[in-house]
Structure formats: C-alpha cells, structure tokens
Ligand binder design. Sequence first.
Ligand code: SAM
Ligand code: FES
Length: 330
Amino acid sequence: MELTKDKIIELLSSKDDSLFKMADKVRKEALGDEIHLRGLIEFSDYCKQNCLYCGIRRDNKDCTRYRLEPDAIIDLAKKAQGYGYKTVVLQSGEDPYYTVEKLEYILSEIKKLDLAITLSIGEKTMEDYAAYKKAGADRFLIRIETTDKDLYQRLHPNMDFDNRVRCLRDLKTLDYEVGTGCLVGLPEQTIESLAGDILFFKEINADMIGIGPFIASPNTPLADEKRNNFDLALRVMAVTRLILPDINIPATTAMETLHPNGRIIALQSGANVVMPNVTEGDYRKFYALYPGKICVNDTPAKCVGCITGKINSIGRHVSKTKGFHNKAKN
Ligand code: SAM
Ligand code: FES
C-alpha cells in the first residue's frame, strides 16, 4: 500500500485501533498464518560502542561482561536445531574479539547443520560482510535506530549515521537478506521522524523490520527517560506492515517486556516472526540491554514450548521452512 508521509503521521497520531486489524489482514493476505521462529544466541555483551540508551554500552561498568568461545556458540546452534529451529540469530555487542577468522569458523560449522544464519553484530567493512556471507551467513540485522540524523548523532557518540546507511547498502549489494528497524519513544524523537523511518524502510528495500520500544536502562545516560512506548511502537510496526506487506516483521522481545501479552498482540497487529532466546544460564541475564527482560530464568526448551503454545492458541502455526523473504530460497 502506498502511503504519503502525511497519511503515516495521521495513522501514528490517531488512537483508532482499526489500524491493527488492517495490518493483520494485510499480513494474512500476503503471508498466511505461519509464524517463523528464530533462535536467538546472545554470544557476547562486550561492546566498543557507547550508544546512550543501551545497557551493554562500553561505559556501563555495572554490566557483567561475558563472551562465548566459538565452540560454545556452535553447541548452542546444535541445540537450537534440536528444538526444531530453522534459523539461528547470532547477536552481540561490537566485540573485536570475534575476528573474521573466528566468525568464518563459527559460520561454516553452523552451516553444516542446514540452518539459516542471521548475524546481528554491528558495523563492519564491506570486506568483512563479504567474508561472513561466503562462510555461510544468510541475513544481517542492523537497525538504523532513527533516521533523524541529528538525534542519531547525539545518541551514538563517535558513530556516523551515513556509515550505518553504508552498512545497509553494502549488505544489500552482497545479497544478504537485510533487516533494519528503529527504536520508538527515544527522547526528542518526533512522530514526523518515525514516519521518515517507515519511508526509509521502504526506500532501502528491507527484507525484515524490527521495531523496538525504547526502554530506559539503568546506568545509562537515558536512565531517567522512563515512559511506556508500547502503543506507539505497535502503531509504527502496524503501519510498516501496511507499506511492506510481505516482509518479515518480528514481535519483539522489548514489546513483551512492556506488556505481558506483547508478542501475541504484535502477532495480531502485523507481525509474523518471533525470536525466542536460546542462550543458556546466567548469560541470559547478563545480556541486559534494558531492565525487565523476559524469560531470563527460563531454559531454551521451556521458551520454545511456551511460544509454540501461544501461537497455536491464536489459530496460527509454526512454519517448517527457513522463512526467507525471498520464497525461492526456502
Ligand atoms: N551491536 C549490534 C548492533 O548495534 O546492531 C547488535 C546488538 S544491539 C544491542 C541490538 C538492538 O538492541 C539495537 O539495535 C537497539 O535497537 C536495541 N536496544 C539497545 N538498547 C535498548 C533499549 N534501552 N531499549 C530497547 N531496545 C534497545
Ligand atoms: Fe553496543 Fe549497545 S552500545 S550493543
């Protein structure tokens, strides 16, 4: 559906809940009732960046740091495959410990398991992205966070908006399936700029969009910016679905953190993907981007059973395919 910026602003500003029904209908017509599960492996919370909102930012001295050795990451991927996942998402802070060689080893070993692999490890060079792709990575997630350039520069010290966009374009050139997205409810973020974010998703030709409500994190410069951004994030997600009917849109963990039924509500408002955590033990707790993270005391086995039950309870089912946006790859 084509929507002008003014129309998007109107939809985001309104209180009318018919938006969610409309997004659900568009999702159903384009994608049917299947839901793709992606097993999320949070393999390191070391980060050289210092994003003002982020609980694992470099300057947060209260964050317990950990990193998993390559073989431990491969082991988690094997377990994920055992639980029936068709995709694993490898996510971390920007941690230089994982050299191209280490990642090539991890990716090529996981590839032998016939899993689709998504990376979410931040900004790298075109050469690095090409090496990961060659070693087996299929998809890459890197949120633009906000398309308000001034706000972006204030929130991301020593980072550069144009480089973030460069990453997205390089990944597209390299034939990755590319996921981006934004945070919703950041201090000084406007509805106009959120509308700009949605138009940017279309312009960049994204294959996946993750919308996260911003949640104030202790020991960060934005710790006092507490507000509940669930409703607005849901609206941004639903409008994104109207504009991009057949892309993959996750019901994000941050949504469930703000609302006890957040992921199911999101799945009924345009989303078609869930990313349950397959990280084990205390590491779940240590990878703390924001407070109140869900399932920190659960096991990966419990999470897959729990989410599958919820999905079935709303008349949807878990897909048996890898869930590529490009159906020819499934
Ligand atoms: N380092 C990689 C990167 O920058 O793309 C991946 C990891 S990063 C922690 C993953 C996402 O967490 C970010 O894109 C950001 O949107 C989200 N995030 C970080 N802090 C958050 C917060 N306080 N509330 C909600 N989401 C947050
Ligand atoms: Fe690096 Fe958040 S500041 S992952």
